[in-house]
Design a binder for this molecule. Structure first.
Ligand code: ADP
Ligand code: MG
Length: 334
């Protein structure tokens, strides 16, 4: 017996709201931020064929859909409260839905986050989540707060054998594409694939960086491309800030280090789907950033410095300029 709309919501997406007054089942949910806090709100949509392959395991799809939304809260230094799930499904497949729900609920539980509502309709597979977090007034990390002279930092996993280092998601995509010349042994592929399918949102780091970082963004469309948003929004009088990045300082996995120099640079600087935090802080706060990394059990690496002007310059270990010919991902690029 195929599940009806309300049966499937009841079976897979209805759970007690633990930290909010009203969850799934009424016309609206009720969310209760702590008194005086501001709500941080973000939506992300995942469309089959665009953002994920039809072969992805449903549990990982659920994880990723929520992870990319949590990553936006992390980039703002907001604490997760609740989310809603709008779902279009080609059919009500119970096994698929059970896997999807498991991926969502497991990650949500780790962040004490309630699924409080949503919408369910028939249609091409598509998930749209809206997430709500809280942040004290004035404490949100913004793209617009960077200043010339600030150090530029990027987050990374703590252990070398942990999955999901910068660029690894892109490297996994290249394996899927069958790009020639890759140095990825078969046994390493499952590990690499975790980077693409199971990103780890840096929520704890975002919280620890409140009052320390001057700006932050999460890397979803490639480091250099996303950095441009910060440089533009932080510039004065319509003039973007500049930046010098040290290519050798970019954190990378052992598997990435095994690739050609050219491929490493492309994956690290223009990869996409990384969900690391890219942030800036005053040089005087260098130790405070390292401490925020320690407190959140997240790796942080200083990779460069902002300048008043001069565009984006990437240099190698000899100080020579590295070419950066890649465009950032744009869904509507001609
Ligand atoms: P309405 O007709 O008022 O929009 P629905 O009948 O669509 O409400 O949904 C019934 C309840 O189930 C609502 O509380 C809604 O938020 C919730 N809901 C619907 N789809 C989902 C979903 N995919 N995940 C979580 N909650 C859902
Ligand atoms: Mg509805």
């Amino acid at each position: 017996m195929p599940l009806g709309e309300f049966d499937l919501i009841a079976r897979h997406f209805t759970r007690p709201a633990r930290r909010n007054p009203l969850g799934v089942g009424d016309d609206c949910a009720l969310i209760a931020p702590a008194p005086g806090m501001q709500l941080a709100v973000s939506s992300d949509m995942l469309v089959e064929g665009r953002h994920f392959l039809s072969t992805v395991a449903p549990e990982r799809l659920g994880h990723k859909a929520l992870a990319v939304n949590l990553s936006d809260l992390a980039a703002c230094g907001a604490k997760p409260l609740a989310y809603t799930l709008a779902l279009a499904l080609p059919r009500a497949d119970d096994t698929f839905l059970a896997g999807l729900a498991r991926g969502l609920h497991t990650l949500a539980d780790r962040h004490d986050l309630d699924l409080v509502g949503g919408d369910t309709t028939a249609g091409p597979l598509n998930l749209c989540l809206t997430i709500f977090g809280e942040v004290p007034p004035g404490a949100a990390l913004l793209r617009s707060g960077a200043r010339a002279g600030d150090e530029l930092w990027v987050s990374h996993p703590l252990g070398e054998d942990e999955p999901g280092w910068l660029g690894d998601a892109r490297l996994a995509l290249e394996v899927f594409r069958g790009t020639p010349g890759l140095r990825v042994p078969g046994a390493a592929f499952d590990h690499l694939r975790l980077a693409m399918e199971c990103p780890e949102p840096r929520v704890a780091l975002g919280l620890a960086l409140r009052g320390v970082a001057t700006s932050a963004i999460d890397v979803s469309d490639g480091l250099l491309g996303d950095l441009q948003h910060v440089l533009r929004r932080s510039g004065q009088d319509g003039r973007a800030l500049g930046v010098v990045i040290h290519a050798d300082a970019l954190p990378r996995s052992p598997l990435m280090r095994a690739q050609t120099e050219a491929l490493q640079r492309e994956c690290l600087l223009a990869g996409g789907d990384d969900y690391e935090l890219l942030f800036t802080a005053a040089p005087a706060d260098h130790a405070a950033v390292l401490d925020a990394g320690d407190r959140s059990a997240t790796g942080v690496r200083c990779i460069g410095r902002l300048t008043t002007e001069g565009g984006t310059t990437v240099v190698d270990r000899h100080g020579a300029r590295v070419a950066t010919p890649w465009a950032s991902f744009d869904h509507f690029a001609p």
